[in-house]
Design a protein around this ligand. Structure first.
Ligand code: HEM
Length: 461
């Protein structure tokens, strides 16, 4: 670990801001509330505490929840840029995400840092680029059309679980393909249960791995179902290794991928990547889609304009704008984290090693410095002026930007288009649903309740 001065020089050499502080590392001020209160608020109302602290302490402040350490929240686009583009050997995303290890595994892309992250990321990005992503669109639309046919008429139901059925099917088919229907059905069922695992359980197993050996804790969902999920995934890997030339799913491409030394991924590494893609690739998209409906059904003009664009089959610029505006005004993930491997300069202040720096997606995207009337849902803003740099970061940015961002937006557009062509929907009430924490995402509090008013003629779908 280098000295504070070395950290200052490093930031300078990268073209960072002029050094304002050389000397002892310090944390910015923040609320002095008891840690227990901060932890409870952090876990249940992340936006609430950060909004209060930003008003009171300015655009950078420190929160102190239990178990995570000192968390320096940053909210200005310039500082967020500094952190996203900062030295990856200093700003460790993998270490900050370590709580996911009991499920995602130590080789998950989310958990890797440094050279290993770079090597694995290069091997994983191929299946998530342009043409590869577009090739899934028809299948996504078919899965969505099949799901929407089962929805009841004239009865309110939450749309989020319905979206989850679609996105789970989509990701299983895209990542694994169908090699064995029975294995697929079992995996589908177990993954549904895995998404119910709360952050507390993940955190407990990560902080106290010894719990896994205690009989009393064997009822934890992760311990009950992970061994079977792993067995099924290893079976898939073995089956794919035998017949990979005939297949075009992500797993086949990963098996074929080689690094610059000609080396491929081991079975253990493939397992960790598979479970990461399956979980990260469907929970987030489910929530984003639920918010799209929640917002659209409370904004009749936006809904009408989108319907008109879909009917005219003349491009999809408004569809793009709706997806972006939803992700801006209701981000799925409220923030990302970077743990400092050594002292580092951030916004002219030297922060100590071990501190967690947290670019706040929620706060930067709802800032009135960047957006006019930021809390209103107005997709047009993405048609008119677009988003200023580093103010629209639902997928993070820099070298850790979500590798599934294009896949997720393709999927959202295909599902929205298919559903809105097939049925007319309304919300049971115009009262907005508030955001509540589920797992690591912010979901609509009532699941995005909708009513199907009528089905549209098949010719229009
Ligand atoms: C609306 C949907 C989605 C949202 C909002 C979202 C959001 C994010 C964010 C904010 C990160 C950065 C995490 C960090 O910096 O620590 C991330 C990373 C990641 N996402 Fe997504 N994601 C979505 C969909 C997907 C999909 C569809 C996949 C794959 C099929 C995926 C796979 C990943 C992976 C593997 C990473 C780790 C990247 C790395 O560390 O290099 N995500 N995602």
């Amino acid at each position: 670990m280098s000295s504070p001065a070395a950290a200052v020089e490093r930031t300078h050499a990268q073209g960072g801001p002029p050094t304002a502080v050389v000397g002892d590392a310090e944390l910015p001020p923040g609320p002095r509330w008891p840690r227990l209160l901060q932890t409870a608020l952090w876990a249940t109302q992340p936006g609430l505490m950060s909004r209060y602290a930003a008003r009171r302490f300015g655009d950078t402040f420190t929160l102190r929840p239990f178990g995570i350490g000192d968390v320096v929240v940053i909210t200005s686009p310039e500082t967020i840029r500094e952190v996203f583009m900062g030295d990856r050997d200093v700003f460790h995303a993998g270490e900050a995400n370590a709580v996911m290890e009991p499920i995602a595994g130590a080789s998950s892309l989310l958990l890797l840092d440094g050279e290993r992250h770079l090597r694995h990321r290069k091997m994983l990005t191929g299946p998530f680029h342009g043409e590869a992503v577009r090739s899934h669109r028809e299948q996504v639309a078919a899965i969505a059309a099949d799901e929407v046919r089962r929805w009841p008429l004239a009865r309110a139901f939450p749309i989020r679980p319905r979206m989850q059925e679609i996105t789970l099917e989509v990701i299983l088919r895209a990542v694994i393909g169908v090699s064995d229907e029975r294995r697929m059905a079992r995996l589908r069922e177990l993954l549904r249960r895995l998404t119910q695992v709360g952050l507390v359980e993940m955190w407990l197993l990560w902080a106290y791995p010894g719990l896994a050996r205690r009989r009393r804790f064997r009822a934890l969902t992760t311990l009950r179902i992970m061994p079977e999920i792993n067995r099924l995934l290893y079976e898939e890997i073995a089956a794919h290794r035998l017949q990979r030339d005939e297949r075009h799913d992500v797993l086949s491409l990963l098996i074929a991928a080689r690094d610059e030394n000609g080396e491929g991924l081991s079975d253990e590494e493939l397992r960790d990547h598979l479970i990461t893609l399956l979980i990260a690739g469907h929970e987030t998209t489910t929530t984003a889609l639920a918010w799209c409906f929640e917002r659209l059904l409370r904004h009749p003009q936006a809904l009408a304009r989108l319907r008109a664009e879909l009917a005219a089959q003349d491009g999809e610029s408004y569809l793009d704008a709706v997806v972006n505006e939803t992700l801006r005004v209701r981000p799925v993930v409220d923030a990302v984290w970077r743990k400092l491997a050594e002292p580092a300069m951030v916004q002219g202040r030297l922060l100590p090693a071990g501190a967690v720096v947290m670019p706040s997606i929620i706060l930067v995207q709802e800032s009135s410095d960047s957006y006019e009337d930021p809390s209103s849902f107005r997709p047009e803003r993405f048609l008119e002026e677009g988003a200023p740099p580093y103010t629209f970061i639902p997928f993070c940015g820099g070298p850790r930007r979500c590798i599934g961002a294009s896949f997720a937006t393709m999927e959202m557009k295909a599902v929205l288009g298919t559903v809105l062509r097939a049925v007319e929907l309304r919300a049971p009430t115009q009262r907005p649903e508030r955001a509540k924490v589920h797992h690591i995402t912010l979901v609509p509090s009532r699941g995005g309740r909708v009513i199907v008013e009528r089905r549209r003629p098949a010719a229009a779908t």
